[in-house]
Design a protein around this ligand. Structure first.
Ligand SMILES: [Zn+2]
Length: 342
C-alpha cells in the first residue's frame, strides 16, 4: 500500500517519498527514516469526496426557509410590540398633560377639537393640538412649529410625542392635504369638550331623545362631570392610526358612532376602527390610565381591514358595509367608554 492512495492530490507529492507496509506503521517509518522531511502527514486520511444529493439540498433549503419565516415573523411582532410600548408612553404623557391642564383651569378640560374648519369657532378655547388648518405647512419643521402652539404644548412640547410610531402611511387622495402626513394620529373623543356650546346643547338633547334620560353626562366640560360612571370609565385619547383621519374631527365622529345615532351600530361615515397595533389601538382614560384596546370580534377586524385596503389602494369608495352590530362587543364597549353608557 502506498501512502498516497487515500490522500488528496496536494499531498500525493509528499506521500510519494514514503514506502509503507502493514508491518511498519507510518509513525515508525517517520521516526526512523524521514522525520523532519514530511512531518506526520501520512497519518491523515480523508473520506472520498461526496456532494449533497438533491434531496439533502432541498431539505436544507426548506429548513432554512422555515427558520427565516419564523424569525421574520418574530421580529415583526417584536418591533410592533416595541412601537406599542412607545405609543402607550406617548398617550400617558398626553393624558397627564390633559389632567394638568384641567387642574390649572379650575377643573375645566381642554378643547378636544383638532383644527377642522367646521369646528374652528371655539372662542377663548384653544384646541389641545392647535388649530393648524391655516398656516405655513411647507415643511415638517413648519408643521411642528404650528403643533407647538396647541394648548397642551405647554406641558408636552416634544412634537414627536404627538405621533404614533405605527401610524399609517397612506397614499395621497383627493382632499388630503400633503402636510397632514406630519400631523398627529392621536385624537380626543368627541364627548370630551369637542363641540361649540350650541352644538353641544343640540347633541345633548338628541342623546336624551334617542337613548333616554340618564345621570351620565354625554358631553364633559369639567372634571367634576365625569361621575357617574367615574373618570376610570371615560376615554379621552385614542390613537386613530392615521393623521389623515384626525383632520376629520374627533376620533369617534367619523370612525364610530355619534351619540345621537338612532340605531346602535358602527357608522359607515368615516373609516373602520384602527388596527395599527396588532388588530388593536391604544387609548387613555380620564383617571390617567392608558390601555391597549384590542378588537375582539372578527367581524370588526374584517370590516376595518376592508377599509384599510381601500385606502391603501388610494380609493375612497364604495365604502365597506359595517358588520351586524347588536351583539358586537367591540362596538358596545367602545361606545360605552366614549359616552359613559350604552
Ligand atoms: Zn399608536
Amino acid at each position: 500500500m502506498r501512502c498516497g492512495d487515500n490522500v488528496g492530490p496536494e499531498m500525493q507529492g509528499l506521500a510519494g517519498t514514503f514506502e509503507m507496509s502493514d508491518r511498519h506503521p507510518p509513525w515508525r517509518e517517520a521516526s526512523t527514516a524521514t522525520r523532519g522531511q514530511a512531518g506526520w502527514l501520512p497519518l491523515v486520511k480523508s473520506q472520498p469526496h461526496r456532494g449533497f444529493t438533491l434531496i439533502e439540498l432541498l431539505v436544507v433549503v426548506t429548513v432554512i426557509a422555515i427558520l427565516l419565516a419564523i424569525l421574520v415573523s418574530s421580529l415583526r411582532k417584536a418591533r410592533e410590540t416595541a412601537r406599542r410600548v412607545v405609543c402607550i408612553g406617548h398617550l400617558r404623557q398626553l393624558q397627564i398633560a390633559w389632567l394638568t391642564y384641567a387642574e390649572n383651569h379650575d377643573g375645566a378640560i381642554v378643547s378636544g377639537m383638532p383644527f377642522y374648519h367646521i369646528y374652528e369657532k371655539l372662542p377663548d378655547e384653544p384646541s389641545w393640538l392647535s388649530c393648524v388648518h391655516y398656516g405655513d405647512h411647507s415643511s415638517k419643521a413648519r408643521v411642528n412649529a404650528l403643533m407647538r402652539t396647541g394648548a397642551l404644548a405647554r406641558y408636552v412640547g416634544d412634537v414627536s410625542v404627538y405621533r404614533c410610531p405605527s401610524q399609517y402611511e397612506l397614499p395621497q387622495m383627493p382632499g388630503w392635504e400633503p402636510w397632514l402626513r406630519w400631523f398627529s394620529a392621536y385624537a380626543i373623543v368627541s364627548s370630551m369638550n369637542c363641540l361649540t356650546p350650541e352644538q353641544r346643547a343640540a347633541a345633548e338633547a338628541q342623546f336624551v331623545e334617542f337613548r333616554g334620560p340618564s345621570p351620565v353626562r354625554a358631553y364633559i366640560k369639567k372634571l367634576s362631570e365625569l361621575s357617574p360612571p367615574g373618570p376610570a370609565q371615560r376615554m379621552v385619547f385614542v390613537d386613530v392610526g392615521c393623521p389623515y383621519w384626525t383632520m376629520q374631527g374627533p376620533a369617534d365622529f367619523y370612525m364610530m358612532a355619534g351619540p345621537s345615532t338612532r340605531q346602535r351600530g358602527w357608522t359607515t361615515f368615516g373609516h373602520g376602527p384602527p388596527l395599527q397595533h396588532g388588530n388593536g389601538t391604544c387609548t387613555s382614560f380620564a383617571d390617567g390610565s392608558v390601555r391597549y384596546w384590542k378588537w375582539k370580534d372578527p367581524r370588526t377586524i374584517a370590516w376595518s381591514q376592508a377599509w384599510l385596503q381601500l385606502y391603501q389602494a388610494g380609493q375612497t369608495g364604495p365604502r365597506p358595509e359595517p358588520p351586524p352590530d347588536p351583539d358586537n362587543r367591540d362596538y358596545s364597549e367602545f361606545y360605552k367608554a366614549i359616552w359613559g353608557r350604552f
